[in-house]
Write a protein that binds this ligand. Structure first.
Ligand SMILES: C[S@@+](CC[C@H](N)C(=O)[O-])C[C@H]1O[C@@H](n2cnc3c(N)ncnc32)[C@H](O)[C@@H]1O
Length: 354
């Protein structure tokens, strides 16, 4: 499989730096697996073969998890034990998984055409707070557009209870508000829910559901249980429209589907990094223009290291700690930073501009 062009050292480094220290502490099995993959030649070659924009160790982890979810005789029991916290020898379990990978590399190779498309509902805790604030002065209904919607889960931002502490409801999003956030503000009615994605996932399709589950980490049972609950309940939630294509191709179509008297709220979370550099610049400029001239607001939850955006904010402590920038553009205004949040929505620190 190896060709002269493969950069195995680059692949090794990607495995090495894929997890934070906090991830290593709380995910003993996945941490041991990541370290085992880092030093395995087959794993390095597989990752080095992936197209550059998806050359992410999470794609390899998800492909192995997918094989387990599909019932692989050796992987399934290991991943099941990981989900229920029953692995007593993480290094031994990781070695077993890497042995399977060496015997059956096609388990991963055949899935590398896919993209890591984790669809994180926790971000809806942030969207709820920010949308409620934007909607307050007179916007009782909105047209919602989620750019890079994956399976469209955040089009249901208003279906999830947000609490400071967890409870029995698998749909509950736990979010710690580090500044005062009025969670009693009413949410607007949502006239239309439109997602845009070049390769959307469909919760009604079994292979797409499995891939979404595979993109989650087995040692995070709460997130897996939430996805199960969303899959079970989604058919009773309002209809959505998902437009296949890039944001450059479909944003105009998505806006046209809304009700003209309602505010159009465009949201994106952990998407822009997947655009080409030209598309990153074009999207930013397009959104600034639309907000300036039309009844459009924009909420962007992205890494602050979006260096092609003038709002890039890389020097502060929050950026250094890996926080997500909450960028808001109100109708008729310019983009402003409204604070920071956790990349999965576990905390929110709003710092509203004057
Ligand atoms: C990491 S997922 C994030 C999904 C979701 N926004 C969330 O927060 O959970 C990134 C998504 O962006 C989509 N994507 C990539 N390039 C895109 C583009 N040019 N226009 C729209 N979506 C794009 C991918 O297909 C993928 O579903």
């Amino acid at each position: 499989m190896q060709s002269v062009d493969l950069d195995l050292e680059d692949a090794r480094r990607r495995y090495h730096f894929a997890f934070t220290r906090e991830d290593h502490d709380r995910l003993p099995f996945y941490s041991a697996l990541m370290m085992a993959l880092e030093s395995d030649l087959v794993a390095q070659e597989l990752l080095a073969n992936v197209r550059v924009e998806q050359r992410n160790p999470m794609l390899v982890l998800a492909a192995l998890h997918l094989a387990a979810l599909r019932g692989h005789p050796e992987l399934t029991p290991i991943y099941r034990d990981a989900r229920w916290g029953l692995i007593t020898d993480p290094e031994g379990a990781a070695r077993q998984v890497v042995d399977v990978l060496n015997t059956e590399p096609e388990l991963v190779r055949d899935e590398l055409h896919r993209s890591t498309q984790t669809n994180e509902p926790g971000r809806s805790a942030i969207f709820q707070a920010v949308i409620a604030l934007i909607a307050q002065p007179g916007h009782s209904s909105i047209n919602l557009i989620d750019v890079g919607t994956s399976a469209g889960i955040n089009l249901y931002f208003d279906r999830f209870p947000v609490r400071a502490e967890d409870d029995e409801n698998p749909l509950t999003l736990v979010c710690r508000d580090e500044t005062s956030v009025d969670r009693t503000l009413p949410l607007p009615d949502v006239f239309s829910r439109v997602g845009i994605d070049p390769s959307p996932l469909d919760l009604a399709v079994e292979d797409d559901r499995l891939w979404l589950q595979a993109c989650l980490w087995p040692e995070e049972p709460r997130r897996l249980a939430r996805l199960d609950a969303i899959i079970a309940q989604r058919s009773s939630w309002p209809a959505t429209t998902v437009l296949r294509g890039t944001v450059a191709e479909r944003l105009g179509d998505a806006i046209a589907l809304g009700e003209s008297s309602s505010l159009t709220m465009v949201i994106n979370s952990y998407v822009a990094a997947y655009f080409s550099e030209d598309d990153q610049r074009a999207y930013f400029e397009d959104m600034v223009e639309r907000c300036r001239n039309d009844n459009v607001a924009w909420i962007s939850l992205e890494s602050p290291f979006m260096v092609n955006w003038p709002t890039s904010s890389t020097s502060g402590e929050s950026a250094r700690k890996g926080a997500t920038q909450v960028l808001v553009t109100l109708p008729g205004e310019s983009p402003r930073q409204w604070g920071w949040c956790h990349h999965h929505g576990l905390w929110l620190a709003l710092e509203l501009p004057d």
